[in-house]
Design a protein around this ligand. Structure first.
Ligand SMILES: [Zn+2]
Length: 563
């Protein structure tokens, strides 16, 4: 892709603390209104206020959020983003809650092990049915449950798991690097970085493809990226997209068991968990029938939940290119009102993701004031249900309002940096597409450098709202924040990140604080604005880099388009 357009976007010295400003226009260079940190903070305070009740899909919090976003987008002067003239795209969801605390029972001959709901295991079904379960389903250990021809990897080796329950490890198979003892081979499953094969969602999808009745993942904090407490969160109501087949093609039961229970299960089966786990990191691994059965009965209460993405558009200036789209995504939802933590029940989600929502409103305002207008059209997509598994963005990708073949890029914002300016910009998905180059140029214009995700082992690329676009072939990226803070000790970035995860992440205490410093968020938003403008105005389109997972899909889409 060639990008000939030069965009100048600099911070004026006097405004580095809270606003960014465009330099006066030189001939042919676009001018943008400044991003105002104050405005981002105001939006964030409103969205994270008690009135918005934690913004859970299908609640009064959603009504207020959708009304607020619509009002603000209207005020900015954007147009309704839905071709039918609406500011919303309806995303019908279905909520399923397992009733009671059913045990999961493992049996072998006369021996029996009962796993306690929530403490030892969690399970649910994606099928929209009142009752579902496993009735003495044979357990088979399938290692990492991966079929990846590009790595000559097949954990199933043709073993028929139809009607059976697979026990599977989380994460990618950790293949040691023959050249560097103690490190992972970067040529297989991304080395230290997690590929999609490592994600728990993949394990369930693969189990369903192979006709397994049940899929039980062994929880291990390191490879999962989070403690069992996070998995226990799945014992409350689970929201899913409503689908025509009621998810009949999914496995009947999906779930997790603790590492301790997995070890006990393998002992019951006369197997050594640690030895088999080591074996599973090799291509020679063979599935192991455990000679143990699993029985569980789930009774569900089911309700339909009407939710919505909020969409606004800025039409491009070019008569042809205006049919092509740059999409910005961010999620407006959070967890609503839930179990009390330190006496507080409203999960405000100030950073996650009132901040990104407020940030995208402000970015949209600045974009709407860009002179000249970009040649392509820009869609501002505020999605629902991210916290429940990227539901709003997946719903959009399944039923796009504009053709995905004409969607040139998706840029996602989530959880802004509220701790001040950084010298670097973290790109989650660095190395995957030409979007790197656009972001790198925009960062350089601010005197910043781009860096890869500092924690690639957590698989962040698969955990945000740009990912459903990637899965459909659209080059997409998630960027924001950094590690090296200006004027702060070297470990400051790591410290604030760890403190947030430990103390506030997905807890009621994720609230707006008086000591927030929005200067870093302002820079990130200005950078994203510049990058989006460049993509929307350039003659060429960004592409996936050769060898990336979604390039063949994109190439096929472009071919079908006659490009
Ligand atoms: Zn979240």
């Amino acid at each position: 892709m060639s990008l000939i357009l030069r965009v100048t976007f600099v911070l004026s010295a006097a405004s580095t603390a809270f606003t960014s400003a465009a330099r006066p226009s030189l001939a042919g260079e676009p001018v943008f209104p400044a991003i105002e940190g104050r405005a981002v903070l105001e939006h964030t305070k409103v969205l994270a206020s008690d009135d918005f009740e934690g913004r859970a899909p299908g609640t009064r919090g959603e009504e207020r959020t959708v009304a607020y976003l619509t009002e603000q987008l209207q005020k900015i002067g954007l147009q309704p983003g839905n071709p039918d003239g609406a500011w919303v795209q309806h995303i019908p969801l279905v909520g399923t809650t397992v009733q009671g605390t059913p045990p999961l029972v493992f049996r072998k001959g006369g021996a029996e092990r009962r796993l306690a709901w929530r403490d030892d295991y969690v399970a649910w079904t994606k099928r929209v049915v009142d009752r579902v379960g496993l009735d003495a389903s044979d357990l088979v250990f399938v290692g990492y449950g991966v079929q990846a021809p590009e790595y000559q990897w097949d954990d199933f080796k043709g073993v028929d798991v139809r009607g059976k329950t697979i026990v599977v490890l989380v994460g990618d198979p950790p293949v040691p690097d023959p050249a560097r003892p103690g490190e992972l081979d970067p040529r297989v499953f991304g080395g230290k970085a997690m590929t999609y094969y490592g994600r728990w969602t993949y394990k369930y999808e693969e189990g369903a493809r192979l006709g397994a009745a049940g899929v039980l993942i062994v929880h291990e904090t390191g490879p999962a990226g989070y403690p069992f407490a996070v998995v226990q969160g799945k014992t409350t109501e689970q929201l899913d997209l409503e689908t025509p087949d009621g998810n009949a093609s999914r496995a009947a039961v999906e779930g997790w068991i603790t590492l301790e229970q997995a070890k006990a299960l393998f002992e019951m089966a006369g197997q050594d968990f640690d030895a088999l786990e080591r074996k599973a990191a090799t291509r020679a691994f063979q599935p192991v029938p455990l000679g143990v059965t699993a029985t569980v009965s789930l009774v569900n209460s089911i309700r339909k939940v009407a939710s919505a993405n909020v969409v606004a558009k800025l039409e491009g200036s070019d008569p042809t290119l205006k049919d092509e789209w740059v999409v910005y995504t961010t999620h407006w939802d959070h967890f609503g009102i839930g179990p009390a933590v330190n006496g507080e029940t409203i999960y405000r989600g100030a950073i996650d993701n009132a901040s990104g929502t407020g940030g995208l409103l402000e970015l949209a305002r600045a974009f709407a004031g860009a002179v000249p207008r970009p040649r392509r059209s820009v869609l501002f997509l505020f999605v629902t249900g991210e916290e429940q598994g990227l539901l709003g963005s997946t719903g959009y990708a399944e039923h796009p309002l504009y053709p995905l073949a004409k969607t040139v890029a998706a840029l996602n914002l989530d959880a802004l940096n509220v701790h001040g300016r950084t010298r670097d910009l973290t790109i989650v998905g660095l190395g995957l597409s030409d979007l790197d180059d656009v972001l790198r140029r925009a960062a350089a214009a601010q005197g910043r450098v781009v860096q890869p995700d500092p924690m690639p082992e957590k698989g962040s690329y698969y955990r945000s709202d740009h990912f459903p676009f990637a899965q459909k072939g659209v080059p997409s990226v998630h960027a924001g924040g950094g590690v090296e803070y200006v004027g702060k000790p070297a470990d400051y970035g790591r410290r604030v990140r760890e403190e947030y995860i430990r103390n506030d992440y997905h807890k009621p205490s994720d609230a707006v604080r008086p000591d927030w410093d929005m200067s870093g968020a302002v820079e990130d938003l200005a950078l994203y604005l510049r990058a989006g403008y460049e993509i929307a105005s350039a003659p060429g389109r960004p592409e996936w880099k050769p060898g990336t997972e979604w390039k063949p899909l994109r190439d096929a889409m472009m071919k079908a388009e006659g490009r």
